[in-house]
Each structure stands twice: as structure tokens, then as C-alpha cells.
Design a protein around this ligand. Structure first.
Ligand SMILES: *Cc1c(COP(=O)(O)O)cnc(C)c1O
Length: 388
């Protein structure tokens, strides 16, 4: 079939016509267990009845008005987020990369506003992922993502994951912020240990540097806590979110504390679509469900079970699976070799997963996945291992 879409994706030769909960139905009528969920976006699975109702109701009232006016649905969601998290203020965007870029703007603008405009460099992990806009690809420090898109956007420094001496060396008087993913998603499901986050917070405080934790993928319940950094008790200054908060509807935001928010005066940043009533209404519905303690406890219990069982499969097939990585429902099976064929075999057996760096098979169930669906996935993974 001739396609008139640009060729910037390597798409699987499959299309879907319908989704329900953890499952997708292909156009030729086959049923797949969807453990991709739009890459951690459909946090409540497909066609959640409360989200359908929320979207339908709002669609009959008002879709879009512009940030020139007060948007009550956005006021409501921001208030809930502030009540529940470290944040004092929220700035809504439409996507993850917009949220990470806005986070960088907030950090720089803060130092500008206190008379330190040269304190503007952002220190990131090499081969991390902060999105695909021009600045975000240079923040990620990946050769592959930046190739051909020069000139290089200045202002970013990089250290290798785990290289603490290089991290300390690169922090200098011109560093405005350290920006890292609390759990690296695209980079291979690498969890930043709690003690690292604590030490990093101390280091940032000592050097008067801001801490930006990118929770676009690992946030909104994905880790079992509302934010992945909560377990460490660390308080970041700025947190970009997106993916899971819209439950499938495009929505992003930057959360920030009072101190840095004080610099974002009228006119410093804006978005035409960001925070529109339709997105806000859906965001409210997603937030109400996921922020409940009982919901998050359920994510913790079920994901622990899943991870334990996956480790048993790893122990049974140590020559195929090198490591089970992740926390909550942000899971990676690191294979010894390239994972392409393994992902294909899982798909042949009606389980959808997606790749991440370092030979990782990324597994992202909806947060409300049923135990029977986890067991189905385990059976398929076991079967593929046994014939691999
Ligand atoms: C997906 C992702 C982004 C980019 O989000 P988009 O909505 O694709 O722009 C940024 N940071 C992290 C950690 C992500 O996983």
C-alpha cells in the first residue's frame, strides 16, 4: 500500500480498529494484549468508561478558548496537582517535549530574574531522552537524534549514567540545573537509585543549582507512586510531566515550586493549545482516578507480582534474559542480544511490547491491568523463551 506519510517511523505492519482496556483489536479482527499502551500514555487502558464520559460531556460544552481567558477546568486541575505534590504552580503544555523545554526555560529565567543570566547551562545524562524538539534533542545528548540537525544548540553538558565524578566535575558556576529522568525510559529502563537522588539534591543545594526531574514517562502512577521520586523523599524544583496524565489525550505540564515560579511573569511563556478546556477536563478525570491511594497501592501490588514472576522467567532462561529492570509498570527485559526478533515473536503470540535502548524489551501495561492479563503476558513470554 502506498503511504503518503513521511517515512520517519519504522512502523509494524499492523493497524488497529478498536481498543478495550488492556486489549487491542486489529483491523483483521485479531485480539492483542497491549503492553505498549501508546508508550505509557493510556494509563487507564483503552476506552475507559469514565474518560469517554468526561470527553463526551466536555465536548458538548467548550473545547478551546485561549489562555487570554480564565479556564476553570485548568484552575481545578492545577489546584489538585498542587495539593497532592511538591509543586506550588503548574504551567500546562500539550506534550512531553514542550514540557521539558518549558522546564529549561523556567530554570534559566529564574537565574536571569535574580541577576545571574550566565547561570544557564543544563547538565543531563548522555543518551537520555527529553523529547524531539531542537533543544530537547541536544539536551538528550544522543548522537543518533541530533545527526543532521545542526548547528548544535549550546548550553547542555553531559555525563554518563552512573559516572558521579564526571557529574561533579561538570557542575560549575554557570550550571543552572541538573535535568534527569527519575527512571530512564527510552534509554533502557534504568532506575536512578534513591540514594543517588538524595545525594544529587544535596549537591544541587550546596551549589545553588536547580533539580529538574523529567517524569514524562515514569510519573503519574507508572512507578507505583504518583511520582517516581517520591520514594526517595527528594523534592525537585521543576518537574515536566505528560504521557500518562492525559490517559490518551495529548496533555503535558511543568510543575514548579514558588521560588522558580516567581520569575515566570506575564508574557514570559505561552501556548496556544496548552491547557485547553477539553484536555483539562480529561486531565481532571485521569488525575482523580490515579491519585487515589488505593489505586496506587494496587499498582504497587500487581507490579511487584509481575516483576517477581518475570525474574523467575529470567532465572529459567538466563541465556536469553540478562536482567529484569524497572519499577512499577515501567518494566524492561534486557536481553543478551538484539531484541527485535523477541518483540516480533511476542507479537506473533498476541502480546505487544516495544523496544528501548540496550537490547531492552519495554513492557508498559495499563496501570489498571488485571492480574489475569498479567498472567496471560507471563504465559506468552514463557512460551517465546521456551522456543527461542
Ligand atoms: C516521551 C518522553 C518525552 C517527550 O514526550 P513527547 O510527548 O513525545 O514530546 C520527554 N521526556 C521523557 C522522559 C519521555 O519519555
Amino acid at each position: 500500500m502506498m503511504s503518503f506519510l513521511a517515512k520517519n517511523y519504522n512502523r509494524k505492519k499492523i493497524a488497529f480498529s478498536k481498543g478495550k482496556g488492556s486489549f487491542l483489536i486489529s483491523v483483521d479482527g485479531k485480539k492483542y494484549l497491549d503492553f505498549v499502551q501508546g508508550i505509557a500514555v493510556n494509563s487507564l487502558g483503552h476506552s475507559h468508561p469514565k474518560l469517554i464520559r468526561s470527553l463526551n460531556n466536555q465536548s458538548k460544552k467548550i473545547w478551546h478558548v485561549s489562555n487570554a481567558f480564565i479556564i476553570p477546568e485548568g484552575e481545578k486541575l492545577a489546584k489538585k496537582i498542587v495539593k497532592k505534590t511538591f509543586a506550588d504552580f503548574v504551567m500546562f503544555q500539550n506534550s512531553g517535549t514542550e514540557a521539558t523545554e518549558a522546564a529549561i526555560k523556567v530554570a534559566r529565567r529564574y537565574f536571569y530574574s535574580i541577576g545571574k543570566p550566565n547561570k544557564n547551562r543544563i547538565l543531563c545524562i548522555k543518551n537520555s531522552f527529553h523529547g524531539r524538539t531542537i533543544a530537547a534533542i541536544y539536551a538528550s545528548g544522543s548522537k543518533k537524534m541530533t545527526e543532521g540537525f545542526g548547528p548544535k544548540v549550546k548550553g547542555f553538558d553531559h555525563f554518563e549514567y552512573g559516572d558521579h565524578s564526571s557529574l561533579k566535575k561538570l557542575l560549575n558556576k554557570n550550571t543552572a540545573a541538573v535535568m534527569i529522568e527519575t527512571i530512564m525510559g527510552e534509554g533502557g529502563i534504568k532506575v536512578i537509585p534513591d540514594w543517588c537522588l538524595k545525594e544529587l539534591r544535596k549537591l544541587c543545594d550546596k551549589k545553588k543549582i536547580l533539580l529538574i526531574l523529567d517524569e514524562v514517562q515514569c510519573g503519574i502512577g507508572r512507578s507505583g507512586d504518583f511520582f517516581a521520586f517520591e520514594k526517595s523523599k527528594v523534592k525537585p524544583d521543576i518537574v515536566p510531566i505528560a504521557k500518562g496524565i492525559g490517559g490518551g489525550f495529548p496533555l503535558g505540564a511543568v510543575l514548579m515550586n514558588k521560588r522558580v515560579a516567581s520569575s515566570m511573569i506575564a508574557g514570559t511563556h505561552g501556548s496556544t493549545f496548552g491547557g485547553n478546556p477539553l484536555a483539562m477536563q480529561i486531565g481532571n478525570t485521569v488525575f482523580d482516578i490515579i491519585s487515589k491511594k488505593s489505586f496506587l497501592n494496587n499498582v504497587k501490588t500487581n507490579s511487584k507480582y509481575f516483576l517477581t514472576q518475570l525474574n523467575e522467567i529470567k532465572n529459567k532462561y538466563p541465556n536469553i534474559i540478562k536482567e529484569v529492570r524497572g519499577r512499577g509498570f515501567l518494566i524492561g527485559l534486557q536481553l543478551h542480544k538484539d531484541q527485535t526478533n523477541f518483540i516480533k515473536k511476542l507479537m506473533d503470540n498476541k502480546l505487544l511490547t516495544i523496544r528501548a535502548a540496550e537490547n531492552v524489551v519495554r513492557i508498559l501495561p495499563p496501570l489498571n491491568v488485571k492480574k489475569s492479563e498479567i498472567n496471560l503476558a507471563l504465559r506468552i513470554i514463557n512460551k517465546v523463551c521456551s522456543t527461542y
